[in-house]
Design a protein around this ligand. Structure first.
Ligand SMILES: *[C@@H]1O[C@H](CO)[C@@H](O)[C@H](O)[C@H]1NC(C)=O
Ligand SMILES: *[C@@H]1O[C@H](CO)[C@@H](O)[C@H](O)[C@H]1NC(C)=O
Length: 727
């Protein structure tokens, strides 16, 4: 990784040798930060290089579709995890020859809670002879501190890490030996598995980046008094918040209330189908009020449906009634579901909220879990100067909520305007609030490189007075000898990110225009974004593959990835998963043509929104049975431990925990958790997690017949797992 002006370019290189004397499939599988754009990919096989080419998504999609309709696997897939995305491809490598994969991705690091974090994920799947991570940081203002954290920064690996830190440059090397790669905490027989996180901050003397046709301005003052804030928390208490989510929300809320400053004012609203306010007006965060509010928070319990519109309007009205002079107002919405009652037309809600808030303060929308309509929440936040953030339903959800709150807890400036005379094609320049620990970044062009005419100014309101900063530019300093394209790429990255946010908020021709603008930049700079895809043409005989950047929370139906299994039995290889989902909206209908090997069984990988699920099918059976849309299961029983089981049939679910038997009907919303199993039921989908395995069983009805359909959402982790759902 090379990191300059907080812009990180990372190249992952993997060299793999096929040591056996027949050709075999070799996989390249890495995880990269969600915020990054892939910008290059290439494979080198026997001196021949195959480059990825970034194309408009629709165009790339065509190639992909053709490959799929020929029954071939189109394998490069990115899926969304919490902070990482996956990039995966494979290629057939001839006997005793080698392949080199090289993937480049770029990202602008965001300053959060006073630091930047570069995350590198390492999981080579086996101990390797020559494993290296090299990071070079060059920050002209000077590096303030540099910490190395993450799962790989453990005692066992401590001597594999070296860190050199000069005033404006730093080097981090991580060279674990082959032995160390399997000895460390998170590592096993498969070698390293974890993150290396490099956290740092920069000094704040000159905050203007390189000027060479393009500039970047990092603005992050911290020596300002905090501005008292008016904050209203709007908390979803609908039925789906039942259980852990509600508990975690209460826990976070209690902590957040405890962190309010005495001159802050706050309000609390809870909602399901009706809206309750703790107090009608905002109150100062003094001891008495906080105690009363905490007692209220402790007694929030889930009840009914979700009326987001009424709740946010109520919060807005509360803030609007409250004096705003000399303070910073913000609205924080936490919900885990879609609007299901009151106003449920999403567009209408957007309109209502936008009109009510009238750009007076930001609205932050926190979507709890994967069932929220994140696009809806994100758009609502962006339209009102805030951001949408997902809270993942994990054991640390309360910490995620607190972490988010901390980021906005200390407003230092409001109404920030960044003004650049002599600048052009600027990224966003107006910001409603600036919080301690964060950063405002603006990039732009300087036409004709006319630095003499270029000035930068910041106008903003700080606690009780208007402040103005002027940045004098380091014009006399020589431009450092580094590739000119660096700041330009940073500018392009930031511009594309902001256009993507803007596109979400627009419709009609304005939307198309922004999309076109973003697309042109992506194609020019080679970024893989939601508008573009990368097409890789593999060596002869294999097909082009496509890399997409999925949107947050996007569930995509992917074509199957062929799994050769580990046994010696030759499996019949199929790509029929799409036909297994005739009821899902997918634009392909496949005709199968199969050659069945004379074997007792074969694996049929079915990849829906999920990982492959394999079925044993006697060869004698006609495969048409699988295409029959009515073909499903009438009953599925999952046994775990000797005395416990979950039985599902088309009428309901029976859960036996060894002592008690509980029955749920399919129409309920359930969130049931014990030590060994977690059950989440909603919308006729039963989500069962046992240890590392997660299976979703869906209830379908077709032509009047109900049936069950299982999908493996998360494959069990462990060695040598094969067969039906990994045994
Ligand atoms: C802002 O953050 C800096 C550095 O973390 C800290 O020293 C300063 O006290 C903070 N300012 C306020 C008003 O909290
Ligand atoms: C930024 O804010 C100022 C003052 O409110 C306004 O005049 C200007 O048009 C805004 N600029 C943009 C790009 O919205």
């Amino acid at each position: 990784t090379i990191l300059t002006s907080r812009y990180a370019t990372t190249i992952i290189t993997s060299r793999v040798a096929n040591r056996i004397d027949q050709s075999q499939e070799i996989e390249f599988h890495v995880k990269i930060p969600k915020n990054a754009f892939i910008s290059k990919f290439k494979m080198t096989i026997e001196g021949q290089t195959y480059d990825g080419i970034v194309k408009q998504k629709e165009e790339a999609q065509q190639q992909y579709t053709q490959a799929v309709s020929r029954g071939q696997s189109a394998g490069i897939v990115s899926s969304v995890g919490r902070t990482l995305e996956e990039f995966k491809t494979s290629v057939t490598v001839a006997a005793l020859s080698k392949v080199t994969f090289e993937l480049t991705y770029e990202e602008l690091l965001k300053r959060r809670l006073g630091k930047y974090e570069l995350l590198i994920h390492a999981r080579p799947m086996q101990p390797v002879a020559d494993f290296k991570i090299d990071v070079y940081i060059n920050e002209r203002p000077g590096i303030n501190f540099l910490d190395i954290t993450g799962g790989l920064s453990t005692e066992a690996l401590a001597n594999a890490i070296t860190k050199t830190h000069a005033s404006s440059e730093a080097w981090v090397h991580f060279y674990p030996s082959k032995e160390q790669q399997s000895q460390c905490e998170s590592c096993g027989e498969q070698g390293l598995n974890g993150d290396l996180v490099i956290a740092y901050d920069v000094h704040r003397k000159t905050s203007m980046g390189d000027l060479n046709g393009y500039f970047v301005h990092h603005f992050a003052p911290s020596n300002l008094p905090r501005i008292p804030k008016n904050v209203v928390f709007i908390i979803d208490r609908s039925g789906s918040m039942h259980g852990r989510k509600m508990e975690q929300t209460r826990e976070a809320l209690l902590k957040i209330l405890g962190d309010l400053a005495e001159d802050d004012h706050f309000g609390l609203i809870t909602f399901d189908s009706s809206v309750s306010t703790w107090r009608k007006e905002l109150l100062p965060a003094n001891q008495d009020n906080l105690e009363a509010a905490k007692s209220f928070a402790r007694h929030i319990h889930e009840r009914g449906a979700t009326d987001i519109n009424a709740a946010v309007l109520e919060g807005t009205a509360m803030l609007n009634r409250h004096p705003q002079e000399g303070s910073a107002s913000l609205l924080i919405l936490l919900t885990d579901g879609d609007p299901t009652t009151g106003e449920t037309n999403l567009e209408k809600i957007h309109e209502n909220i936008k009109e009510a808030i009238g750009k007076k303060f930001p609205l932050y929308c926190l979507g709890f879990g994967m069932d929220v309509n994140f696009d809806f929440l994100e758009k609502m936040a962006l339209e009102n100067g805030g951001v949408g953030r997902r809270i993942y339903t994990d054991s640390d959800a309360a910490l995620q909520l607190q972490g988010f709150y901390e980021e906005v807890a200390t407003p230092l400036l409001t109404d920030v305007q960044m003004v650049y005379l002599g600048g052009a094609n600027l990224t966003q320049t107006n910001f409603s609030q600036y919080y301690n620990g964060s950063e405002i970044v603006v990039a732009g062009q300087i036409p004709d490189n006319n630095i003499e005419m270029f000035t930068a100014e910041v106008i903003a309101i700080s606690k009780s007075n208007r402040v103005m900063y002027s940045d004098t530019l380091p014009t006399k300093e020589p431009i450092e000898a580094r590739s000119d394209s660096h700041i330009q790429r940073l500018w392009a990255y930031l511009t594309v990110k902001q256009l993507l946010d803007k596109e979400v908020q627009l419709s009609g021709t304005a939307k198309e225009k922004v999309k076109k603008e973003a697309l042109d930049l992506c194609l020019k700079y080679g970024f893989v974004t939601p508008f573009t895809s990368m097409v890789v043409t593999k060596p002869q005989g294999e097909d082009s593959q496509v890399a997409h950047k999925p949107k947050e929370g996007e569930k995509r139906i992917q074509s199957s990835q062929v799994d050769y299994g580990s046994g010696s039995t030759p499996f019949c290889i199929l790509s029929v998963c799409l036909s297994l989902y005739p009821f899902l909206d997918f634009p392909h209908s496949l005709t199968l043509s199969l050659s069945v090997s004379p074997v007792q069984r074969f694996l049929l990988p079915a990849e829906g929104q999920a990982l492959p699920l394999c079925y044993d099918i006697p060869v004698a059976l006609s495969l048409r049975l699988l295409i029959d849309p009515n073909n499903g299961y009438q009953k599925i029983v999952i046994h775990y431990r000797s005395d416990q089981h979950i039985g599902l049939d088309t009428t309901g679910i029976t859960f036996n925990d060894g002592q008690n038997t509980t029955y749920f009907s399919w129409s309920l919303k359930i969130n049931h958790e014990t030590d060994s199993v977690s059950l989440i039921l909603r919308d006729k989908e039963m989500d069962v997690t046992i240890a590392s395995t997660r299976v979703v069983i869906m209830l379908y009805k077709r032509n009047g017949i109900k049936f069950l359909w299982p999908v493996l959402r998360q494959r069990p982790t462990g060695e040598n797992i094969i067969g039906i759902m990994g045994e």
